[in-house]
Every structure is written in structure tokens, then in C-alpha cells.
Design a protein. Structure first.
Length: 288
């Protein structure tokens, strides 16, 4: 059985600039993910590793590249979902920790809960011994500066979806959310079924204006369209995205199904994205 992998760096890019550095990093990342999957790694471990490296790159609006909220605080959201076991973990409005995706995974693996938020999430991460950010001003290097927001969509996220060689599906998403968001604002990324979803049928990671993805429950809607409507992955993803767009939002997503098909539709100007499969497909692009 083959494997499939897709990653994204958000649907916020603008045609006012190019993204060579981001595309080069994504290429190296996909090669690493491909090696892991060739070696029999689980989809869950691969999506976690991909998102962790995207967080640390500082190239996207998440992890090191996140922007502060309207009160100057770095509040981050992340989620991971293991489709085979239908397990999920997420953190929302997490302050002070370096790897939100590892925090989400710890929620999934070490608690009976799915989502921890705010102070409780931070206290849990502290008890887990997860790496802290002692000096936010020194650590964070916002990928999109507030002064540069003109001409750029003011949001960003990273994500990964995979189907491993055993046929298991997993999805992971991590974000700094919207620039200038209000304190306490939570987007779609950590909401299972909105920005992140994986089951036995499909794994999905979304990016875009989270409020619209929440109201369209985009990620779970793709699975429902496939399950109840018999739609293909491509039709289901395009249909769910069109429903979101019809509410006035924009963005995109990456998704992989149980047969290893991959899709990466977007209705924004661009979406930093990469796809690799064991059948030899390999592409990294930002625009159409
Ligand atoms: N969906 C993210 C959020 O609303 C932002 C993004 O994907 O660009 O938090």
C-alpha cells in the first residue's frame, strides 16, 4: 500500500511578493516526510513532525512566525486528529509554549479531553514539561508584520495531512490566527470538524478566515459529503469550500482520502502548499 502527504503554510500569501524561501523549506520538509513514510512511520507521527517544523520555521503565521493579539500577547491554537482511532487533541489561546502542536498531541494522549484552552491549557503544558517561551519578544519573529498587512491577507496557518502505508489517516493544524485578533479569540484550527478533521475516510487541514470555516464546519462537511452523498474527495472538498465562500470567507485546505487521493483547493489568492505521494507525485506551489 502506498502513502500520500500534503502540507500547507496558509492561504494568506499575496501576489505582491514571492515565496522562494517558504517553497524551498516545504520541499525539504516533504522529502523528510516521504522518508518517514517510506520507513513505515504512522500518519499521526508524520503530520505532527511536519507541523512542528513549520511552526519552528518562522515563515508562516504560526509558532515562531505568529503575531501578537490586540493586547500584545501571543495566543496560539493547534489541533491533531488520528483518523484510525478517531482520537483528537487541541489547544486554544495557548500562551507561553513553543510547540502548540505537541501540546495538542499531549492533550490527545495524556488526557480524557479533546480541547484545553487558555490558562488551563498552559498549566497542563507546564505539568507535561513542554518547552516554554521565556521571552516572547525575543522568540517570536512575526512572519507578517502589522505594518506590511496592506496587500497581504492578515492571517496564516500551517497544516499537514497524511495517509500512511497502512492506510491510516491523520491531520494536524497550528496557527497564530488572525492579525490583531481580540484577546481570547479562537479560530477554526483547534475546533475539530471546522479547521481540522480525520476519520477512516478523509483527513483535512484548513486555512483561511476561521470564523467562516467554523460557520461552515468545513472539515467535517467534507467527510459528510463523501459519506452520505457519495462524493469524491475532490468534489466534497470543492463543495465544502464553496459553501464557506458563499458566506463571504476565503481560504483553502488540504485533504487526503483513504485511497490516497490528495486535493488542495483554495479560493484565496494563493495557498502555500506541497504534495508528495509514493506514486511519484511531488509538487510545491504558492499560486495557481
Ligand atoms: N484559519 C486561521 C484562523 O482563523 C487563520 C488562517 O488559516 O490563516 O485562526
Amino acid at each position: 500500500m502506498g502513502w500520500s502527504l500534503a502540507v500547507h503554510g496558509g492561504a494568506g500569501p499575496s501576489k505582491h511578493r514571492t515565496y522562494e524561501a517558504e517553497e524551498a523549506h516545504m520541499t525539504a520538509l516533504l522529502e523528510r516526510g516521504a522518508d518517514m513514510l517510506d520507513d513505515g512511520a504512522s500518519a499521526l507521527d508524520v503530520v505532527t513532525a511536519m507541523v512542528r517544523e513549520l511552526e519552528e520555521s518562522g515563515q508562516h503565521v504560526d509558532g515562531k512566525g505568529a503575531s501578537a493579539n490586540s493586547e500584545g500577547v501571543y495566543e496560539l491554537d493547534a489541533a491533531v486528529m488520528d483518523g484510525a482511532a478517531r482520537r483528537a487533541g487541541a489547544v486554544a489561546a495557548l500562551v507561553g509554549f513553543r510547540a502548540p502542536i505537541l501540546a495538542a498531541r499531549a492533550v490527545m494522549e495524556k488526557t480524557p479531553h479533546v480541547l484545553l484552552a487558555g490558562q488551563g491549557a498552559a498549566a497542563f503544558c507546564g505539568r507535561q514539561g513542554l518547552e516554554q517561551v521565556p521571552d516572547p519578544a525575543a522568540y517570536y519573529t512575526p512572519a507578517v508584520k502589522k505594518a506590511l498587512v496592506q496587500g497581504e491577507l492578515a492571517h496564516g496557518t500551517v497544516g499537514a495531512v497524511a495517509r500512511d502505508a497502512s492506510g491510516r489517516l491523520a491531520a494536524a493544524t497550528s496557527t497564530g490566527g488572525l492579525l490583531n485578533k481580540l484577546a481570547g479569540r479562537v479560530g477554526d484550527a483547534p475546533l475539530i470538524g471546522s479547521g481540522t478533521w480525520a476519520d477512516e475516510r478523509v483527513a483535512v487541514s484548513c486555512t483561511g478566515q476561521g470564523e467562516f470555516f467554523i460557520r461552515a464546519a468545513v472539515a467535517a462537511d467534507i467527510s459528510a459529503r463523501m459519506r452520505y452523498g457519495g462524493q469524491t474527495l475532490h468534489a466534497a472538498a470543492a463543495g465544502a469550500l464553496a459553501d464557506m465562500e458563499a458566506q463571504g470567507g476565503d481560504g483553502g485546505l488540504i485533504a487526503v482520502d483513504a485511497a490516497g487521493n490528495v486535493t488542495a483547493p483554495f479560493v484565496s489568492e494563493g495557498m502555500k502548499r506541497g504534495i508528495a505521494t509514493s506514486a511519484g507525485r511531488f509538487e510545491v506551489k504558492t499560486f495557481r
